[in-house]
Design a protein around this ligand. Structure first.
Ligand SMILES: [Zn+2]
Length: 402
């Protein structure tokens, strides 16, 4: 009886809550970039962003290679995958979340430029505002003089800072999965022409499924260096594994190659000397992430320091190699793997880390079969199963008495 009396009241309350929530969502929605256009020639080039909402922005220049960086209050992007091709003075541009609260666009320059003007044209009647940048060609000397240091970025990723600073009490082994690239660093774009997928999306999608497979076993606690499309520095990726005192660190990537026929997975470990030319080239491509993203790479530690680190790291490197060959065996049962499946080179993301670590290139986005398979949950689960069995074997063989 009483219930019937209360019912309409409860519905009204629910409706009010719903309205408040929806209104809150709308108010909280970040500005949206709906178009990016480039016009002009090799002397003067105009870059235009159409934006709903009015984020504040700042710009700065970086050299080696020459870039213009535009930082905006966090925006959402509605202009397709990153790595869009440029025109005129701009080779290409990338964009994405840099740190929580800040989105970044990086323009790779064909030649040094100055920003002649930048202004906003207000959109009338619900149309987007236009944020306009006019670039003019200048000499390299003038460009170098214009270089300004960006203010220190706000502390890194959400997923990094939320995690505990020390190892949680549990019998489970800790594995850190590192989905490569993210935010305005799209990774390799070899798949864009094949099926429209940038490496950063494949790596995140795969890592999520691999995490589920590992955790479903009940034997592992898995942390991710990023859970969304955000940029994270190399040292913050390995830093998370270090702070968690993790048992394994697996960085997940997908490769590209000039020949579309090349396919299959490869596993990489860290070494001072690359095992072959291809591994060296790959490492230099992967290492560029921090450079193209407009972040200075940490200075290498001094020589004495690095010798000490090397001594400590010898055991870590041995364990990494053991896990790598075990993973190669298991991966082969599930997916296509390259003939020389375990290689080594100087990968920054694996450096300065005291946790056994590997970098997995799951396949080639430039190969149609790999590109299609790698975006399928079924394939990602298979890779997860292979990592799970390899981890089980690795811990059983190396830590039987722990
Ligand atoms: Zn990569």
């Amino acid at each position: 009886m009483n219930l019937n009396h209360y019912m309409p009241f409860r519905i009204i309350i629910s409706a009010i809550i719903l309205v408040v929530l929806v209104a809150g969502e709308l108010l909280a929605a970040p500005p949206t970039v709906t178009a990016a256009r480039i016009g002009g020639d090799n002397n003067k080039t105009r870059f235009v962003l159409e934006i709903h909402g009015s984020p504040s922005f700042r710009t700065f220049s970086l050299a080696n290679p020459n870039r213009i960086v535009i930082d905006l209050d966090e925006v959402s992007w509605n202009i397709g995958p990153g790595g869009a091709e440029g025109k005129g003075l701009i080779n290409n541009y990338r964009y994405g979340l840099y740190t929580p609260g800040t989105s970044r666009i990086v323009l790779d320059l064909k030649s040094p430029v100055k920003i002649a003007t930048s202004f906003v044209i207000k959109g009338e009647g619900g149309n987007a505002d236009r944020l306009v940048f006019d670039f003019e060609k200048i000499t390299q000397t003038a460009f170098n003089q214009s270089l300004s240091r960006p203010a220190a970025a706000r502390s890194s990723a959400v997923s990094t800072s939320r995690t505990p600073a020390s190892r949680p009490a549990s019998n489970k082994k800790i594995i850190v999965l590192d989905p490569g690239h993210g935010g305005h660093d799209p990774g390799n774009l070899g798949g864009i022409k094949v099926n429209g997928v940038a490496e950063k999306n494949v790596t995140l999608s795969a890592a999520r499924n691999i995490k589920n497979i590992l955790e479903a076993s009940g034997r592992y606690t898995v942390y991710m260096t990023r859970e969304k499309d955000i940029y994270i520095k190399h040292r913050d990726r390995s830093g998370l594994a270090h702070r968690l005192n993790a048992d394994l660190f697996v960085s997940i990537h997908a490769d590209s190659f000039s020949s579309p026929d090349v396919r299959g997975a490869t596993i990489y470990t860290l070494s001072e000397k690359a095992s072959d030319r291809e591994a060296a080239l790959l490492a230099s491509r992967e290492n560029k992430s921090d450079i193209i993203a407009g972040v200075d790479i940490d200075e290498e530690p001094g020589e004495v320091q690095s010798i000490l680190i090397d001594l400590v790291k010898q055991e870590t490197m041995n364990l990494s190699s053991r896990f790598a060959s075990g993973l190669s065996r298991e991966l082969r049962k599930e997916v296509s793997v390259r003939k020389r499946s375990v290689r080594s080179a100087g990968f920054l993301v694996l450096k300065g880390i005291d946790v056994p670590s590997i970098l997995l290139e799951m396949g080639y986005l430039t190969n149609r079969t790999d590109a299609t398979l790698l975006m399928q949950k079924e394939t990602q689960d298979k890779i997860g199963q292979a990592i799970l069995r390899a981890a089980d074997n690795y811990f059983a063989e190396n830590f039987a008495f722990n």
